[in-house]
Design a protein around this ligand. Structure first.
Ligand code: FE2
Ligand code: FE2
Length: 278
């Protein structure tokens, strides 16, 4: 038995700035054609849900309209960014409450044959919100009761570039303290896959005992002057074939008709990149 899950990411959907909503419509057609069993959005669902309820509602409505089973975890643009990295939109109680009012739980577990999928709120990890401890307890419990199932972790930001020992503190990867906390809650579990988004590039690497897969954005890529190249700068999604024997195959899919937007050419979305950080 194999369950096919489409990991979509960084859809950046909006009510007032719908630059990327057309790509989402093309994506939806491709997901129906592929007859996937479940869709998981790994965050940055909305363009600016961190400040605008309308973007959260529009993004949620477009997912409902897919008419497919779906789950989501929040990205920095949905619920605010990690604290302590200088973001103008850090996660706080209000942002988290507004996200949950539209999307429901910001962390969850979902079982499929042979696997337990755990979705977490990356920006909550290591924050001063009391729910950070609740999430840690939830993940620890979900991991320790997996009863032989393989674990797949869905998290908006990559845990690291090349190694869990990295100490860089920036917006691109999970802050080291958050990463350490998250991995400690999973110690002893059979972690086989860490699936993330956020960088808007595709990458699949092995190391640390599990496979790290970065889903590309469905919306746009970032220019080279702003962001190094880790893998293909493309738009599309990742098809994960989860087998009941605890193995998984993950493939990049680039549906026809999706436009490869470069955010450098759309300053109306997030401003001039040469002056701001994504
Ligand atoms: Fe993003
Ligand atoms: Fe992000």
């Amino acid at each position: 038995m194999t369950v096919r899950i489409a990991q979509i990411s960084d859809t950046h959907l909006s009510e007032a700035k719908p630059f990327f909503n057309t790509n989402f419509a093309r994506l939806g057609e491709a997901l129906h054609e592929a007859a996937v069993d479940l869709v998981i959005n790994s965050g940055d669902i909305s363009l600016n849900g961190a400040d605008l309820d309308a973007d959260l509602r529009r993004a949620h409505g477009l997912h409902e309209a897919l008419d497919l089973d779906w789950l989501a975890i929040p990205g920095n643009h949905d619920i605010g960014d990690s604290q302590g990295i200088g973001s103008k939109q850090p996660i706080d109680e209000d942002r988290r409450a507004r996200y949950r009012a539209v999307f429901g739980e910001d962390y969850w577990a979902h079982d499929i044959p042979g696997w337990r999928l755990i979705g977490v709120n990356a920006q909550l990890a290591g924050s001063d919100l009391s729910a950070d401890a609740d999430q840690s307890n939830f993940v620890r419990q979900a991991a320790s009761t997996a009863n032989g199932r393989s674990i797949a972790l869905f998290v908006h930001k990559p845990l690291y570039d090349a190694s869990p020992a990295e100490t860089a503190l920036d917006g691109r990867f999970l802050p080291p303290a958050a990463r350490g906390g998250l991995l400690s809650t999973l110690s002893g579990a059979t972690l086989r896959l860490v699936a993330c988004g956020h960088v808007h590039q595709f990458r699949a690497t092995d190391g640390g005992g599990w496979r790290d897969v970065w889903a590309p954005s469905t919306a746009f890529i970032l220019p080279d002057f702003f962001q190094p190249t880790y893998g293909p700068k493309v738009v599309g999604y990742v098809d994960h074939a989860f087998h009941a024997n605890g193995t998984v195959e993950s493939q990049l899919v680039r549906p026809p008709g999706m436009t490869l937007h470069n955010i450098e050419t759309i300053p109306e979305a997030y401003g001039d990149l040469r002056a701001h950080k994504h």
